[in-house]
Design a protein around this ligand. Structure first.
Ligand SMILES: Nc1ncnc2c1ncn2[C@@H]1O[C@H](COP(=O)(O)OP(=O)(O)OP(=O)(O)O)[C@@H](O)[C@H]1O
Length: 454
């Protein structure tokens, strides 16, 4: 008997589209922080029928994905590609284009953004509606006439509403007109600052930040409560502001609602214009879905778009995630897209989502932590006091506390019958250590992603 060889679902030049679809699926199997940290600035570069090249913003991300995510990515791509095997290659790419070499983790050139821009995040792809009109107009003005209008521009709003998109749109437009731009997240600013202190490169750090025409800091609330970093940012802010350089900041809440942020910073954040982005209305959700479908070169009947627009109302990232899932499902099954099929797609392709919402069993959690440290779960419950075991035990307590399910006393009981004070001390210690120890932080992100913690 002879079978027809199934036609490939993707052609060789479909790398960008394919990666977008894969991201939709990957997003379902990873925790949000994990997904955002490692995948948010990746692009599909090439697909030659055997090897798939993923563009990543820097060598640090390349190394992490290579060591920790390769197999998940290959499995995800295999499910989308109708082929015998796929080998994934990670390549450092600036602005979605391969650079051919891995740059230093911290580029010192002031012409480049600290993190590379996602080429999709520009003004052309940003849909404007009632809920983001002011933020959009102010962003455009900051990009076209940096330092001449509202300074700083402070954009705030809930998760997935377009703050990063707007900040990167400003950066890309300003860079195109020859301005030097630095775009960083609050987290990146903090870790660069700490490294510069450790490596005695404070002057280089200072230069890097103060010689730009535009400084864009995403998620600036991350600086709150980090006294030294706040102090450093305070001086950076003042120097740039005094030289009429444009500062644009984003956060999840307005300046005065950022708890633990120093008052002198909060008040400075309010000097210019504060613009809020609120969740999109239905008209806007439909416009975003339609634009995204066109961008992906896909077809989507209006009733399906309406269904998708009614499913998610407060987060555009989730809206796009659902669209990607439906498209992936349709491609896999080679089925026409109908509202019924879309309903099934959201149920079937995201089974992990409902699993993720369930609280993790303590045994599962202890097993995940133990595995990550190369130990047995019993080690965490026992009395061994060597450095590695003690650290793993404290991490287990910290992760348990983050689950918000158990009291300190209950955690103590679950982790080898220990006192609540021991748990409290462990949580504090790990919380402080993650600020200075990116490897430990990475481990915790991994553990939490395995447990499906949002
Ligand atoms: N107005 C818009 N038009 C088109 N796409 C949008 C719009 N707003 C958001 N998006 C898209 O939604 C997704 C999430 O946006 P973005 O990452 O900018 O959100 P955010 O507010 O920075 O979220 P978070 O606070 O979680 O970081 C992105 O893919 C972005 O392109």
């Amino acid at each position: 008997m002879q079978f027809d060889t199934p036609a490939p679902l993707y052609q060789k030049d479909d790398a960008a589209k394919l990666w977008e679809t894969a991201l939709g699926a990957l997003e379902c199997s990873l925790s949000r922080p994990n997904f955002r940290t490692w995948y948010s600035r990746t692009v599909g570069l090439t697909w030659d029928g055997r090897r798939f090249t993923v563009g990543v913003p820097n060598s640090f991300v390349a190394e992490y994905l290579e060591q920790n995510q390769r197999s998940l990515i290959e499995k995800t791509l295999l499910r989308l590609l109708n082929c015998g095997g796929v080998q994934v290659i990670f390549q450092v790419a600036a602005g979605g284009k391969p650079t051919g070499h891995a740059p230093r983790a911290e580029p010192s050139s002031i012409k480049t953004s600290g993190g590379h821009f996602n080429p999709r995040y520009d003004f052309e792809t940003f849909i404007v509606g009632n809920t983001n009109r002011l933020a959009h107009a102010a962003a455009l003005s900051a990009a076209q006439k940096p330092g001449e209008g509202y300074n700083p521009l402070f954009i705030h709003g809930g998760s997935g509403l377009g703050k990063t998109h707007l900040l990167q749109a400003i950066g890309q437009l300003a860079e195109r007109s020859g301005k030097s731009v630095r775009y960083v997240s609050g987290e990146q600013f903090t870790s660069e600052f700490i490294s510069s202190l450790k490596e005695r490169r404070a002057e280089e750090f200072r230069e890097r930040y103060r010689a730009v025409d535009l400084l864009l800091v995403d998620d600036v609330q991350f600086l709150a409560g980090k006294t030294q970093t706040e102090e450093c940012f305070f001086h950076t802010f003042n120097e740039l502001h005094n030289s009429c350089k444009q500062i644009v900041l984003s956060a999840d809440s307005p300046p005065r609602a950022i708890s633990q942020m120093e008052d002198r910073l909060r008040s400075r954040f309010e000097w210019g214009l504060t613009a809020e982005i609120t969740p999109p209305d239905e008209k806007m959700r439909l416009a975003i879905l339609k634009a995204r479908t066109d961008e992906l070169g896909a077809e989507m009947p209006p009733d399906v778009l309406e269904y998708l627009a009614s499913e998610v109302t407060r987060n555009i990232r989730e809206l796009e995630g659902n669209l990607n899932r439906v498209l992936a499902y349709a491609r896999l099954l080679r089925s026409a897209v109908t509202p019924d099929m879309a309903r099934r797609a959201l149920k079937n392709i995201a089974p992990t989502a409902s699993v993720q919402e369930k609280p993790s069993e303590p045994q599962l959690l202890l097993a995940a932590v133990a595995e990550c440290f190369g130990l047995a779960p019993e080690d965490l419950l026992g009395r061994k006091r060597d450095k590695e075991t003690a650290m793993a035990r404290q991490v287990a307590m910290f992760v348990m506390k983050n689950q918000n399910i158990w009291s300190m006393a209950e955690i103590g009981k679950l982790v080898g019958d220990r006192a609540a004070a021991t748990v409290s001390h462990a949580c504090e210690k790990i919380s402080q250590e993650t600020e200075y120890n990116p490897l430990l932080k990475r481990k915790i992100i991994d553990i939490e992603s395995r447990l499906g913690k949002e």
